[in-house]
Write a new protein. Sequence first.
Length: 225
Amino acid sequence: MRLFFRHTLILVWKDVLIDLRRKDNLLSMLLFAILTLLVFQFALGEDPKLFLTAFPGIIWIIFLMSGVLGLGKSFVQEMETGCMGGLLTAPVDRSVLFLGKMLANTLFLLVTQLLFMPLSLFLFKIEVGNWLELFLVLFFGTVGFSSLGTLLTAMTATVRGKEMLLPILIFPLMIPSLLCVVRLTDFLFFGSHPEEVWSWWKLLLGFDVVLFTLSLLGFEFVVEE
């Protein structure tokens, strides 16, 4: 078990070092998120109440679109350099490869969100009463997305038209999780529907468990094929 966690941490650290050295992935995601937010504000017109009402949903739609942009590069860079072939021939369990990549993707997406979210709240003067709960919403919303995204990215990495295929596959499957995080974010920003909060939390956690389990089980089959 100790060796299992050690191998997983090595793979996570490898991906972290790659992202720290390149930096282009993080910068492109942040720029895309900021520009998309400004486009949404312009499209909704001059009524600030209308924009703020839709703000929780807009934030998470931006996260999903920018997250797909980041996930799409996670396996491609290893396929292009031949690193994936080396990882598959390494004497480690396939679950180690999945966890290493999934945790690295989760960390990368969380860093992007933690940079973008405070900036958005500052620009539109939104106060959050419980920052810890907001972080938990971001974390659990990202875990499910990262688990499914890691599996689907591995599945589509060698397919022609993967840039179009990945969002087509992942967006419909993320709808239940998206509904949960939008409702929870709406409650944290504006205190809406407090009686429904625990129900949305249970649904979000349950959906994360299902996505993580199915992605972990399906990863070995996908990489072998």
